[in-house]
Design a protein around this ligand. Structure first.
Ligand code: CMP
Length: 143
């Protein structure tokens, strides 16, 4: 397996529930290392640009407004097979379909307020990481 990096966002609902630490523990407990992190309150323009791929979808405006409703915790996580592993840990987009024990099953309340975002593929991971982090803001770890 290859060492990968992926972008993870703890969304405003989960930050508001004070479960940042519990969510980051899921990554660390599964051999995913946090190599960059910041707590930010996104601007509307940032949220619109980040989710531009969904701009034609009916949920786009609600998604943007939700993502600027409070601070988000954004991190780069690194490890073997990190992109797929993170998505497995998150569970299905709709928490009502998420497997027991996944982050969304445990902390999310609806498809709109679903606790976490994670990159869905290598290309999007690279783009999403570059959207939020300069290369020098990402730490190198010795394993
Ligand atoms: P996320 O992984 O951040 O990517 C886009 C977000 O749009 C998604 O999580 C959901 O929170 C939100 N969303 C709302 N409705 C839908 C839908 N029908 N399909 C996919 N995503 C949706």
């Amino acid at each position: 397996m290859a060492i990968e990096r992926t972008l993870s966002i703890v969304k405003p609902d989960a930050v508001g529930k004070r479960v940042i630490g519990k969510i980051l523990s899921r990554f660390e407990d599964n051999d995913l290392q946090v190599v960059a992190a910041k707590l930010v309150h996104l601007s509307k323009v940032q949220a619109e640009q980040f989710y531009a791929v969904h701009s034609e979808r009916p949920f786009y405006n609600d998604l943007v407004n939700f993502m600027i409703s409070g601070p988000v915790m954004i991190q780069v996580i690194e490890g073997d097979n990190a992109i797929t592993k993170n998505r497995d840990l998150m569970g299905a987009t709709n928490p009502s379909e998420a497997a027991a024990g996944t982050i969304r099953a445990d902390f999310a309340s609806s498809i709109d307020e679903n606790a976490v975002h994670g990159s869905d593929a290598a290309e999007t991971a690279e783009q999403e990481i570059a959207f939020f982090f300069k290369p020098e803001e990402i730490c190198e770890y010795t394993r």
